[in-house]
Write a protein that binds this ligand. Structure first.
Ligand SMILES: CSCCC(=O)C(=O)COP(=O)(O)O
Ligand SMILES: [Mg+2]
Length: 225
């Protein structure tokens, strides 16, 4: 029996184009000014130092911004980049520059599952802060009360079975009681290796999705939960 659902965001609850065409360009446009303005603040400084370490070069902030902009273009899922983006996006949501895109079927079924007592979690490469901001500012209102917890890549990479084992331990449930939803075959393979149930969302947006052996759903309405 499914007792908990862990969901990906991009391509699953939310459209690829919102992330690629709204969020990523927004963070690219604001990166330089954000680093100059907030760089001296200790939490931002730590993120910048981590980014510098990852890049391997002792660069100044101006050069580091160029590295961060390249990482955005290359869709790198690096922790410090994701943490910086999360802070910038929170400003964007607060200013009303955009709202968090969530498919109508996802918002409705998440509410339904929550009302039925299922435990709901998010696992995304976006930072926990970015996840909370997105679900707090949706056209369907604040969806954050639906979730019992959030995971980002601090628990491990989304294509690594160990990350799903760690999530299972955190949830304290047998693996077959947990359903993981994603639009990426390798993420689903990793979750299945850890013993979780899986379903592949095929939203019909972007490149063709190869679901492999995973059950396919075109929307949350097609999930048998
Ligand atoms: C929290 S929304 C932004 C998601 C993001 O930054 C990203 O790289 C997409 O990651 P996902 O694991 O949701 O595919
Ligand atoms: Mg995804």
């Amino acid at each position: 029996m499914v007792r908990a659902i862990v969901t990906d965001i991009e391509g699953t609850t939310s459209s690829l184009s919102f992330v690629k065409d709204v969020l990523f360009p927004y963070s690219a446009r604001h990166m330089r000014e954000f680093v100059l303005t907030h760089g001296p603040q200790p939490p931002v400084r730590r993120m910048l130092d981590e980014a510098r370490e990852l890049d391997g070069g002792a660069r100044d902030d101006a050069a580091l911004v160029d590295v961060l902009l390249r990482w955005i273009q290359e869709d790198r899922k690096y922790g410090p980049l994701k943490a910086l983006q999360g802070l910038m996006w929170e400003e964007g949501y607060r200013r009303g520059d955009f709202q968090g895109h969530v498919y109508e079927d996802a918002a409705r079924r998440l509410r339904d599952w929550h009302a039925r007592g299922l435990r709901l979690y998010v696992y995304s490469s976006g930072s926990v802060q970015a996840q909370v901001s997105l679900f707090r500012h949706t056209p369907f209102g604040d969806l954050t009360p639906l979730f019992q917890g959030h995971f980002d890549t601090r628990i491990g990479g989304k294509k690594e079975a160990a990350a799903y084992e760690a999530i299972r331990r955190e949830l304290g449930l047998p693996a077959p009681d947990i359903l993981f939803l994603s639009d990426v075959r390798e993420e689903l393979d990793a979750a299945a290796t850890a013993g979780l149930r899986t379903a592949c969302l095929v939203r019909g947006e972007g490149p063709e999705v190869n679901p492999g052996p995973h059950p396919v759903a075109r929307s949350f309405d097609e999930l048998a939960v």
